[in-house]
Design a protein around this ligand. Sequence first.
Ligand code: ADP
Ligand code: ZN
Ligand code: MG
Length: 493
Amino acid sequence: MQSVHTGDYEAVIGLEVHAQLLTATKAFCRCSTQYGAAPNTNVCPVCLGHPGALPVLNRQVVEFTLRMGLATGCTIRPRSRFARKNYFYPDLPKGYQISQYEDPICYGGSVEIELEDGTTKRIGITRIHMEEDAGKSIHDLDVDTLIDLNRCGVPLIEIVSEPDIRSPAEAVLYLQAIRQLLMYLGICDGNMEEGSLRCDANVSVRRRGSDRFGTKTEVKNLNSFRNVERALAYEIERQIAVLAQGGTIEQETRMWDASSGSTRPMRSKEFAHDYRYFPEPDLVPVEVSAEWIERVRAELPELPLARKRRLQEQYGIPAYDAGILIAERSLADYFERACGALREPSPERYKLISNWIMTEVLRILGERKIDIGSFPIEPERLAELVELQAQRTISSRIAKELFAELLSSPARPSELVAERGMVQVSDAGYLEQLVERALSENPDTIEKYRAGKVAVLGFLVGQVMKYSQGKANPELVRTLLLERLGHSDALAR
Ligand code: ADP
Ligand code: ZN
Ligand code: MG
């Protein structure tokens, strides 16, 4: 048999992403969409599918779908229809889901992703359509299966990509880009654990250089970025191994099992491919006027990648910083508010603000599990802290102490500095005394320094900082020490 290397093959991937829309009420009735309500309380005859109950479309669902469609450059169909997708499952009391089949409301768009090497790539969006969610079956209990119908009728959009993705890593980048867009648009909370964002992955492999696609499998149950990556990597290897042994891939739906790290075929009862789609007779076609489309387009916020590029340009911060700051719209807003509050704005100060956010601010948000909206230091106070630091009024060590104090105090940074005597000491006469003390307490350091052990300089600066309770201006201390140690001598050696 011919030997086969993984490198002889290329993966082809297309994702189907379901996003739960952040409407207050369901897609076709007035029931609340609140997550975590007592089971089977957010229900009514419409979402339970009682005979004779008629659905009425929630306009907000269309509005939100238009946002995503326009943000991904899709064409909007002025008139689209709903369809019934029929199947039996205990958590689907109606026996069908209202969805869109032919002629979805949005089609033909794309999403730009940034690859590891900094280049960008466009992933095509085949279509975005509206549908309703089914209920939830709870199997993992020590009792019979329980069913919660609160989720029946909660609005979703399904975003179907073209098979443009070529690796598990690209699939994750694409999914992250979709999630970020949905969150920027304020139409989905992006919570994969709670199921507000779900992803099915279609994957096939083919000989490198071939222009035909291989047979695909569809992998379900991917509830985190990590699982998307692991499941795809597993499935690609599995398919290559089958082909390498002369076998063929069966078109099937497979279930990802995170605990065993593998995929297995789903029992045929778990899915039915004949959904007998037909037009939904209880709903009129969805008509979207040109004015509606233009209004939504005009109201779109600045999108993540555009904002990233603008932050780099406008504030002169590195791409890495900008990427972190735009991860959430509110974080980038915080950064820009702080920059805007600077009395003497400068690229150095913008970078200091970015540094604070990327390290201390994000650390506190993570520790306290809060978002930037509840962060106790307002952007104006962070800006003031940065100005004190940039003017060398306070040392960076004092700045850290001050930051910690500001977390629990509503005071302004300048007030605290004055109150606590935190002002950085740049009085050369006083600092010279501390330098002398450091040298007399460590008599061997002069010899060591002159013998070429330049590292003792850092140690001596540290000693002076300690004597001054962190208030000494470290740059000045360094200069004074260099003078005292006979810097020019040391250099001459
Ligand atoms: P199905 O009829 O099985 O639903 P579709 O053509 O509607 O298949 O495509 C569903 C998803 O599968 C899309 O995201 C698409 O990009 C992807 N896809 C289609 N063909 C392939 C293939 N050969 N390999 C990988 N992904 C594919
Ligand atoms: Zn209802
Ligand atoms: Mg399909």
